[in-house]
Design a protein around this ligand. Structure first.
Ligand code: TRP
Length: 451
């Protein structure tokens, strides 16, 4: 495809909006609290923040660099920058990861739609919200229907084109989501007994740190920033040549991290104040938040607004995932965008059925003691994404090289990038070594060092 034909983001803010839209999603508000809750809270948060800064931001910048330089989809990018070599395996893995993540992500995204309806019909009032949630997720028909509707919404936006579809909405809706979360944090913090939750989130208990916790923190950092599978390579290919990539990466990561930490401040004080279990897993936010709304002035209005905005945040994330597959199908396999969208959406929807049914009819069918849903969730965040991130930094550091990276990140030396040396050192040495070390340890290979 001719480069001039590629539609790009029209404004600087459009890029940030789309990349932040990809990053901010269920990963921040649904996944972060539940994974932090299962992994000990404060200590997890500390390691998570360290990974965002030391590994996440450099990987994000690496992806933008590769994408903008190549002007291609994930797989096409490696084919172009390293022709006839094995590097395109990164692209293949990315496309597989997009399938896996979308399959289970759309389950939870579907739940947000059900919760919009519940909020509008005032269904939380006077109900036991745990039972309400249990009853819903164990059904077959409605969870599948909502997942299907969510996939259709995603496909519609991808079909309209990422630029037009996203730029316009995220500008207004993301800041609104932030305000709403802040209001909910205030309510959560003023509940009686909320201090226990604050302690849980901010007091690091280092005895809780194991290599599995470290791997979970790395996986969550990657998942939340949307790195490790080429979503940001694909978006990077739409970024204008005069964009300051390092600044964009920092802004996107900051927005994402602020929202994740605030989501923690919204959830954990309420969890403890309302006597709930921080380790209750993927259902955590859906059980806690309705209780919080019932204790808020104008809770009815808040609950509707919140679930609508959560659905929108999820949508801007699913769009970035589907775009990876559609850009690949249309550019590499020469399909029309329409055909590419229809085919990829149908395939992902089919896989997604198994994720959704993990909560009902397939509940007892497990792999490695995890349901299908949990396996997809675990494998994508903790294995596929860190592995993808590892290969991406190795590619940039050792194959693409210092000179080209410097030229691309400084827009051919027209803008300064003061921390370039630090960035490149991390990309070339620190990040790869850290990721390999974490992997080997969590596989138990260095167990003798731990005792
Ligand atoms: N980051 C998104 C979230 O936090 C999910 C997501 C979108 C994602 N695109 C991605 C995760 C690409 C990994 C890779 O909800």
């Amino acid at each position: 495809m001719d480069i001039k034909e590629r539609a790009g983001f029209t404004s600087k803010f459009g890029v940030i909006a789309a990349a932040a839209g990809s990053a901010v999603g269920l990963g921040n508000i649904w996944r972060f609290p539940y994974v932090a809750g299962e992994n000990g809270g404060g200590a997890f948060l500390l390691i998570y923040l360290l990974f965002i800064l030391a590994i996440g931001v450099p990987v994000m910048l690496s992806e933008f660099t590769i994408g903008r330089k190549a002007q291609r989809n994930t797989l096409g990018a490696f084919r172009k920058l390293a022709p006839r070599s094995g590097w395109s395996i990164i692209g293949v893995m990315g496309i597989i990861a997009a399938f896996v993540i979308l399959a289970f992500y759309s389950t939870i995204a579907g739940w947000t739609l059900e919760y919009i309806v519940k909020a509008v019909s005032n269904s939380f009032q006077g109900k036991n919200t745990d039972i309400l949630f249990e009853n819903f997720k164990s059904q077959t028909f409605f969870p599948l229907l909502w997942q299907f509707i969510f996939m259709i919404l995603t496909a519609t936006i991808v079909f309209m084109g990422v630029q037009k579809g996203i730029e316009r909405y995220t500008k207004i809706l993301m800041p609104l989501l932030l305000l709403l979360i802040i209001a909910m944090c205030i309510r959560s913090l003023t509940l009686e007994g909320s201090m226990e939750g604050v302690k849980f989130l901010f007091n690091p208990d280092f005895s809780k740190i194991t290599f599995n916790v470290i791997l979970e923190a790395l996986g969550q950092a990657a998942f939340s920033l949307s790195i490790g599978m080429g979503a940001l390579i694909t978006y990077g290919s739409y970024i204008q040549k005069d964009n300051h990539l390092p600044n964009t990466a920092i802004q996107v990561a900051t927005a994402d991290t602020v929202i994740a930490v605030l989501a923690g401040v919204m959830i954990f004080p309420a969890v403890f104040a309302l006597g709930m279990d921080p380790q209750s897993g993927p259902g955590l936010v859906f059980e806690v938040l309705p209780k919080l709304f019932m204790q808020m002035p104008m809770g009815y209005l808040f609950s509707i607004l919140f679930f609508v905005l959560l659905a929108v945040a999820a949508l801007t994330s699913t769009v970035s995932l589907l775009e990876v597959v559609v850009a690949y199908f249309s550019e590499e396999l020469n399909m029309s965008r329409t055909k590419a969208t229809i085919i990829s959406t149908s395939m992902i929807w089919f896989f997604g059925i198994f994720a959704t049914l993990s909560f009902s009819s397939l509940k007892d069918f497990t792999l490695f003691d995890l349901t299908i849903f949990d396996s997809l969730d675990y494998v994508s965040a903790n294995i596929l994404l860190p592995l993808g991130a590892l290969l991406i930094v190795i590619f940039l550091g050792w194959k693409f090289g210092k000179r080209q990276t410097y030229l691309e990140t400084t827009n051919e030396q027209s803008i300064p990038f003061k921390l370039f040396r630090v960035f490149f050192f991390i990309v070339k040495f620190i990040a790869p070594i850290a990721i390999v070390f974490i992997f080997l340890n969590s596989l138990g290979l260095f167990r003798f060092l731990q005792s």
